[in-house]
Design a protein around this ligand. Structure first.
Ligand SMILES: [Zn+2]
Length: 76
C-alpha cells in the first residue's frame, strides 16, 4: 500500500534560543538557515541564527535594527 502522508508532518517549530518558546517558524528536517534573523514574539528580539537539523548552531543577538543610511535618532 502506498502511504502518501504529507511530509509536512515532519515540520517542527523553531524554538527561541533565549526563552525556548515557539517562534513563528516551522522547519523541515532538511531545512538549513544561515545568518537568519529570527524574531521571537515573546522576547520581541531578533537573534541571528544558524540552524541545521532543528539545531541552533550559533546565535548572535541583534540589539538594534540596522538603519540603512541615517543611524541617528530623531528627537521630536
Ligand atoms: Zn524568545
Amino acid at each position: 500500500m502506498n502511504d502518501t502522508k504529507n511530509t509536512n508532518q515532519d515540520l517542527q517549530w523553531l524554538l527561541c534560543p533565549k526563552c525556548n518558546k515557539k517562534t513563528r517558524l516551522k522547519l523541515r528536517p532538511d531545512t538549513e538557515l544561515k545568518n537568519f534573523p529570527l524574531y521571537c514574539p515573546k522576547c520581541k528580539e531578533m537573534t541571528l541564527v544558524d540552524v541545521k537539523n532543528f539545531e541552533i548552531l550559533s546565535q548572535q543577538t541583534l540589539t538594534s535594527p540596522p538603519n540603512g543610511k541615517n543611524g541617528k535618532k530623531k528627537k521630536t
